[in-house]
Design a protein around this ligand. Structure first.
Ligand code: IPE
Ligand code: IPE
Ligand code: MG
Length: 225
C-alpha cells in the first residue's frame, strides 16, 4: 500500500552482517558490531534528512543471547553507547524509544546498566518532535505477540486485531512501510511480525556496516512504485 504524502514513513531495518563484514577483513566479529553501531548513528542523520518519521532497528534478538558470552558483552556495551548518544539525538530532534521484553518479565535478561542507559535516553529525548528512533533490544516478534494476545484475551472485546494492536509492546508504533534486511539473507527475521504485515521488503547483499544513503534511497523508491 503506497503511503500518502502526509503519512510519516516507517522504515524498519534488520541490521544483519556485522560478523561477516569483520570476517572478510580478518577482524574479530566484535569490530563488525562496533562499526555497525557507528553506521546506525550515520544512518539516523540520513533518515532525518529524508524526512522519515519512524526508524525502527533490530539491535539484538531474544535468540541472540545464545551467542558467545564475550560477543554478547560487547554488544551490550554498544547499546549502552548507542543510548548514550543523547546530545546527538537532541541536536537532530530525534526521540528514542526501546522495544523488547519488559525488564520485569520472567525471561528478560537485559542487565541493569543497559536498562539504566535505555531509561535515561528515553527521558532525555522525550520532548523531541522529529523522527522517532526505536531500538529493538531483547526483542522477538513472537514473544511480543504472545504477550499481546494474553492482554487482548483479558478485554471485554476479546481477541481481535484491534485489541491485539492495543496490547503490543508499543501500541503507538505505526505500521511498517518498508523492511530492509542487509547482508544477503532473503528471509524474514523474528522482527515486527505484526506491524510489518503488508510492508515492502528491500533485501540487499551489502553488510550492515556498509549500508548507506544510496541504498536507503533504493529501499524508499519501492514505495513510489
Ligand atoms: C547483526 O550482525 C548483529 C546482531 C545480530 C547482533 P551478525 O552478528 O548477525 O552478523 P553475521 O550475520 O554473523 O554476519
Ligand atoms: C537478525 O540477525 C537479528 C538482528 C539483526 C539483531 P540474526 O543474525 O540474529 O538473524 P536471524 O535471527 O537468523 O534472522
Ligand atoms: Mg546475522
Amino acid at each position: 500500500m503506497p503511503p500518502d504524502a502526509h503519512h510519516p514513513l516507517h522504515v524498519a531495518c534488520i541490521m544483519d552482517g556485522n560478523g561477516r563484514w569483520a570476517g572478510r577483513r580478518g577482524l574479530p566479529r566484535t569490530d563488525g558490531h562496533t562499526e555497525g553501531e557507528e553506521n546506525l548513528a550515520r544512518l539516523v542523520r540520513v533518515a532525518v534528512q529524508r524526512d522519515i518519521g519512524w526508524l525502527t532497528v533490530f539491535g539484538f534478538s531474544t535468540e541472540n543471547w545464545r551467542r558467545p558470552r564475550p560477543e554478547v558483552r560487547h554488544i551490550l556495551g554498544l547499546h549502552e553507547k548507542l543510548f548514550g548518544r543523547v546530545a546527538e539525538l537532541n541536536e537532530l530532534n530525534v526521540r528514542i524509544q526501546w522495544i523488547g521484553r519488559p525488564f520485569d518479565s520472567r525471561e528478560a535478561r537485559t542487565p541493569k546498566y543497559v536498562q539504566r542507559a535505555i531509561r535515561k535516553a528515553i527521558v532525555d529525548t522525550a520532548e523531541n518532535t522529529g523522527m522517532t528512533l526505536t531500538v529493538a533490544f531483547d526483542y522477538g516478534g513472537r514473544a511480543e505477540l504472545v504477550k499481546a494476545v494474553e492482554g487482548a484475551r483479558s478485554t471485554d472485546a476479546g481477541v481481535t486485531p484491534e485489541t491485539i494492536s492495543q496490547h503490543m509492546y508499543l501500541p503507538d508504533l505505526p505500521p511498517v512501510d518498508v523492511v530492509i534486511r542487509t547482508s544477503g539473507e532473503r528471509r524474514v527475521s523474528n522482527f515486527l511480525l505484526w506491524q510489518a504485515a503488508g510492508a515492502a521488503i528491500h533485501f540487499t547483499d551489502t553488510a550492515w556496516p556498509d549500508f548507506g544513503e544510496t541504498e536507503l534511497d533504493e529501499a524508499l523508491a519501492l514505495l513510489d512504485a
